[in-house]
Design a protein around this ligand. Structure first.
Ligand SMILES: [Zn+2]
Length: 213
């Protein structure tokens, strides 16, 4: 956590360059789409509008910013290939996690691991009927008239649908809203919320990652 640091993608990228000098760092202008870009096609210095990124260069550092949405990190055992996806309900509804895995498979990866990072849990993520109706009954819990969505569960379902074996998926079951000392949460903190950073690539990868705000 860094006081006074802006949460914009440009600021986060500049901060990561200071933290990881000499690294090729990729930050996205996340727009709740199912757009996934290849790092090798990004013009240096550009911040693409997309919600996923894949790189054949495992020394590259891919960064996803979240404050309740699901950060999903991907890596292959059988070839140099990494990926990172930002998945809120809109992105999940568009199948972005499954799409990211399929893209990696289309490049030749078959042994793909997935890290599903901290996000708002089913304990706290009350949604409208319109949102709940987008998902299957296994991802929605009813409590009286209230409905709660299991974002991480939806991400896991897409991994399995894409053919990733369950033991290759590492799901961190920590709710961002329930853990104010550890994570930022938009639902809890509103516009004042910072961003949790999830990184993959470089010399090492980390979950839950760094926080700015
Ligand atoms: Zn919670």
């Amino acid at each position: 956590m860094s006081e006074g640091l802006s949460i914009s993608p440009e600021s986060v990228e500049a901060w990561l360059h200071e933290l990881l000098p000499g690294s090729r760092i990729y930050v996205l202008d996340q727009v709740h789409s199912d757009g996934i870009v290849f790092a090798e096609e990004v013009v240096p210095g550009d911040i693409p509008s997309a919600d996923g990124i894949i790189s054949r260069d495992t020394d590259a550092v891919l960064c996803i910013r979240t404050a309740d949405c699901v950060p999903v990190l991907l890596w292959a055992d059988d070839m140099p290939l990494i990926g990172a996806v930002h998945a809120g309900w809109r992105g999940l509804a568009k199948g972005i996690v499954k799409k990211g895995i399929k893209l990696m498979q289309s490049l030749g990866a078959s042994a793909i691991h997935v890290g599903i990072g901290p996000c708002i849990g089913i304990c706290c993520y009350e949604v409208s009927k319109d949102v709940a109706d987008v998902f299957g009954p296994q991802e929605v819990v009813h409590n009286g008239s209230a409905m709660y969505l299991d974002l991480a569960g939806a991400a896991l379902s897409q991994c399995l649908e894409a053919g990733v074996r369950e033991h290759m998926v590492y799901k961190i079951n920590l709710c961002t809203s329930c853990h104010p000392g550890q994570f930022f949460s938009y639902r809890r903190d509103g516009d004042a919320a910072g961003r949790n950073l999830s990184l993959i690539g470089g010399k090492s990868w980390s979950l839950p990652g760094l926080q700015v705000g």
